[in-house]
Structures are given as C-alpha cells and as structure tokens.
Design a protein around this ligand. Structure first.
Ligand SMILES: Nc1ncnc2c1ncn2[C@@H]1O[C@H](COP(=O)(O)OP(=O)(O)OP(=O)(O)O)[C@@H](O)[C@H]1O
Ligand SMILES: [Mg+2]
Length: 138
C-alpha cells in the first residue's frame, strides 16, 4: 500500500492540476493499464480543480493498493447546498473569474461519476466538502 498527500490552494489556477499530474506519473511507474490511468487522472483532476475553483483550500490524499486507487478530497469552503443539482451536467456556480480560466461548464462532477467506480460527496454549507472517489484496478 502507498499513500500520498497534497495541499491544494483555492483560487490558484497556476498550480491547478499539479497534484493530479504527480500522481499520474506514479501510476505510470506502477505500470497500470493506460485506460485505467486515464480514468483515474480525469476524475482526480476534476476533483482537484473543484477545490481550486470553488473552495478556499484543501487536501488530496491518494491511497493505492492492489485492488483499487482511493482518492479523498477534503476542503474548507462554501460547501454544496444541493448535491443532486451539483451533479447535473451544466449546473455551475463558477464565478466570472473561474470562467475566465476556462472552467465552469458544470461537467466536472458528472465526469468524475463516469470515470470512477465509486463516488461519494459529503458537504456542509459554510464549512466544506469531502469527496471520495474509488477506482478498481484489478
Ligand atoms: N469542492 C467544492 N466546493 C464547493 N462547491 C463545489 C465543489 N465542487 C463542486 N461544487 C459545486 O458543484 C458545481 C458543479 O461542479 P462541477 O465540477 O460539475 O462543475 P464546475 O466546476 O462548475 O465546472 P467544470 O467542472 O465543468 O469546470 C459547482 O459549480 C459548484 O457549485
Ligand atoms: Mg468542476
């Protein structure tokens, strides 16, 4: 088993995606099937960018074992009032600033759902959000 943890800063788009690309490199070194690496990388990237775009700060923990890759994102931020609505394609509360960075199509969470085997979102408005993603690798 291996575990990696990264700090993610809200609002800093210059660093958005760096934690995900670091983990992607590790998955390549582990010789995971390219299709699986792609799936994990897409889901991980969307969840990482969501912290940058919507929260103040957070952490990403990745646990790799023989069966699966588990990604845990915990942030301090506004939280999500209606998770079912947030899951809908096209729904976004992204600010003008975030849209200018090319994000805010409202596709991230549905993309995570499509590219994972398990997704759980727990959120407290005014406090923050916890997103757990699991992808099976065997
Ligand atoms: N970590 C988070 N903290 C607070 N709100 C979030 C978080 N992640 C998602 N949301 C809410 O859920 C909505 C939908 O998220 P989703 O990732 O699907 O789209 P988006 O981030 O707005 O746009 P895109 O991902 O296509 O760039 C967001 O607009 C935001 O309102
Ligand atoms: Mg998003």
């Amino acid at each position: 088993m291996m575990e990696f943890k990264y700090e993610i800063e809200g609002g800093d788009f210059s660093k958005a995606g760096t934690a995900s690309s670091d983990v992607k490199k590790i998955l390549k070194q582990l010789n995971l099937a390219p299709g699986l690496i792609k799936k994990i990388a897409v889901a991980m990237y969307e969840a990482e960018v969501n912290i940058v775009a919507h929260a103040y700060k957070g952490t990403m923990s990745v646990i790799i074992n023989a069966e699966n890759v588990r990604m845990l994102f915990e942030d301090e931020g506004p939280g999500i009032a209606d998770i079912d609505k947030a899951m809908q394609e096209g729904f976004s509360t992204a600010s003008e600033e975030v849209r200018q960075q090319g994000f805010g199509a409202g596709m991230g969470l549905s993309n995570i759902k499509k590219n994972s085997d398990y997704l759980s979102i727990n959120s407290t408005v005014g406090k923050g959000t916890i997103v757990e993603i699991i992808t099976n690798i065997k």
